[in-house]
Design a binder for this molecule. Structure first.
Ligand code: SF4
Length: 355
């Protein structure tokens, strides 16, 4: 689960109600498959990873395999063991097998290669298995604000986002709904969905689940939040394995999709895009995280160094994270990344660095 600590996501939530209403109207059909909703590729010749698996029946099978894991739920590293198929609720508070979706619409505040000209087709799922104390969208992630939906409705949302001309389907906080998402994707693929799938996650993903997603997800968009297990314990509900699990997860994501490179139109269609949110007083362990990326991944790995930390929710219970970061704190992380040899950095504008 993403803790949604960047301003772009805040804007996304703020505007959701209004834009969702627009989405339901779906006034404009702009197909990325050259005008044919059932076309195989986009105008750029892109074919989504999941299409072959849909055609062979493998996608449906994998959705069923993930659903079986919900009998003693182990969809995320909490591994609660509750029987969600019988309606039991685990740490994430997701209601059994039902999807809870907060909003779905073209989003223009994500990374530029995901936004392009027509926006990232973002679907925001409620509830969370990580539940950070500083989450600025705590109403959604902690309290579960959203509407209950069936898999068929999620498939329709994906298709409507495609009709709106979005460049991708951006699944925000998908982990605890991965089984239903795959089932919905199978339905949507059968009805003509051809957009790349963005798996927008907190990074805290089990390898076993990621391996099920191999060949389905086109773009992985993980956070790497904390380096120190004690910090993860303190701010993310005792998730002491966050650093270890996330390191292994990011390596697996890299293995599956490789370095993210935009197409000729500047739009990303496949690859790994890492987000790191710089926290006050270096509580995220930014330097260690950046150096680990440089030592373990290609130097042209896409890394978004985010400056927009803002204390929300229970952050004010922790004085050390109850303020925004300074320009000096941010600049130090960017300088570290450049010194480490990382060449594909997404950083705040120079105006911010000069503050
Ligand atoms: S997805 Fe929810 S119920 Fe399942 S293991 Fe994670 S926190 Fe527990």
């Amino acid at each position: 689960m993403n803790t949604l600590s960047d301003s772009s996501r805040r804007g996304f939530i703020t505007n959701s109600a209004m834009l969702c209403a627009h989405l339901s109207l779906a006034p404009l059909f702009v197909s990325l498959s050259g005008g044919n909703a059932h076309g195989r590729t986009t105008a750029n010749g892109f074919e989504p990873a999941y299409l072959t698996l849909h055609q062979t029946g493998e996608l449906k099978k994998r959705a069923e395999n993930l659903q079986q894991l919900m009998e003693s739920c182990s969809l995320c590293p909490r591994q609660c063991g509750v029987n969600r198929l019988q309606g039991e609720t685990g740490f994430c508070r997701s209601p059994g097998t039902t999807l809870v979706i907060s909003s779905a619409h073209p989003h223009f505040g994500e990374e530029r290669p995901l936004v392009g000209h027509r926006g990232s087709g973002t679907i925001f799922f409620a509830h969370c298995g990580l539940r950070c104390v500083f989450c600025q969208n705590w109403e959604i992630s902690h309290m579960g604000r959203g509407n209950r939906n069936a898999e068929e409705q999620l498939a329709d949302m994906m298709l409507q986002l495609q009709q709106r001309g979005c460049h991708n389907i951006n699944l925000v906080s998908p982990s605890h709904y991965s089984a239903a998402i795959l089932a919905a994707l199978d339905i949507a693929a059968g009805k003509g969905l051809r957009l790349p799938i963005v798996y927008n996650t907190c990074g805290w993903e089990r390898l076993e689940i990621l391996q099920v997603l191999d060949g389905i997800v086109d773009i992985y968009l993980p956070d790497f939040k904390f380096w120190d297990p004690d910090i993860a314990i303190k701010y993310s509900a005792d998730a002491d394995d966050y650093p270890d699990v996330t390191r292994a997860a990011i390596l697996e994501m890299q293995r599956q999709v490789g370095v993210a490179r935009p197409n000729n139109s500047g739009v990303m269609e496949r690859g790994l895009m890492i987000r790191h949110l710089v926290m006050p007083n270096n509580k995220g362990g930014s330097v260690d995280i950046i150096n680990w990326i440089a030592a373990n991944l290609p130097h042209d790995t896409y890394v978004n160094i985010m400056a927009q930390y803002t204390p929300h929710f229970r952050a004010f219970d922790f004085p050390e994270i109850s303020r925004r970061i300074s320009s000096e704190e941010y600049r130090a992380v960017v300088d570290t990344a450049k010194s480490a040899g990382l060449t594909n950095l997404d950083v705040q504008g120079h105006w911010w660095l000069r503050r």
